[in-house]
Design a binder for this molecule. Structure first.
Ligand code: TMP
Length: 215
């Protein structure tokens, strides 16, 4: 299938808690799209623009962010996303490129809303303001039990977890439950994938779940 410049690209986001295998599966999925002849742009949150990468560094690794209030954290994630949408995602979709994002607004709903416990109505309004009309066509949610995911993430980072990975296990249990609640509430958009299998098994599930993007 060739990319039709007159046709808007599709926007697919990947979500899930730490250690769920998101990066590996995103790489596989991008290859699958490219093998269909599509132009694909891969991006990540927080980050994806020069300003966004600075916000990412601040949020994840800067010791000055240790005293960051939960409200400021929410607004920084939203600021990174507002920039990414306008500078990268919306222009790419307009020119027919498909966009695959490692995290998007559901991460804010789940991490800052469900897990941190900020007012969910406020989180949703801020999310809506940040993204405007640019909503994902489909979201792949990689579901894994919190203890396994957290252990994998800590191993992958060589024991040097970032600010989020330093949270207690209970936080990641809230993240998982938040994602599951979201998948139930928005089952049309959010496709729930069991991420406990092998890389091949999970990739196969994603391929099956995304078939209707090509119809
Ligand atoms: P990761 O993408 O490498 O997993 O790291 C991003 C971290 O930031 C992860 O712990 C989830 C967290 N996060 C939020 O808390 N809210 C957000 O809106 C986003 C995009 C990420």
């Amino acid at each position: 299938m060739q990319t039709d410049p007159m046709q808007r690209g599709k926007f697919i986001t990947f979500e899930g808690s730490e250690g769920c295998g998101k990066s590996t599966q995103i790489g596989r999925f991008v290859q699958l799209l490219q093998s269909r002849g599509l132009n694909v742009l891969q991006t990540r949150e927080p980050g994806g623009t020069a300003v966004g990468e600075k916000i990412r560094n601040l949020l994840q690794h800067d010791e000055d962010a240790e005293g960051l209030s939960e409200e400021s954290e929410l607004l920084l994630f939203a600021a990174s996303r507002a920039q990414l949408v306008r500078e990268v995602i919306a222009p790419a979709l307009d020119e027919g490129t498909w966009v695959v994002a490692d995290r998007f607004l559901d991460s804010t709903t789940v991490y800052q809303g469900f897990a941190r416990g900020l007012d969910i109505g406020a989180v949703q309004r801020i999310n809506a303001f940040a993204v405007g009309a640019t909503m994902p066509d489909m979201t792949i949610l990689l579901d894994l039990d919190a203890a396994t995911g957290h252990a994998r993430a800590v191993t992958a980072s060589g024991g040097e977890g970032d600010r989020m990975e330093a949270q207690p296990l209970e936080f990641f249990e809230k993240v998982r439950n938040g994602y599951l609640a979201l998948a139930e509430a928005e089952h049309e958009r959010v496709r729930l994938i069991d991420a406990s299998g092998s890389i091949e098994e999970v990739a196969g599930q994603i391929e099956a779940a995304t078939k209707d993007l090509f119809t």
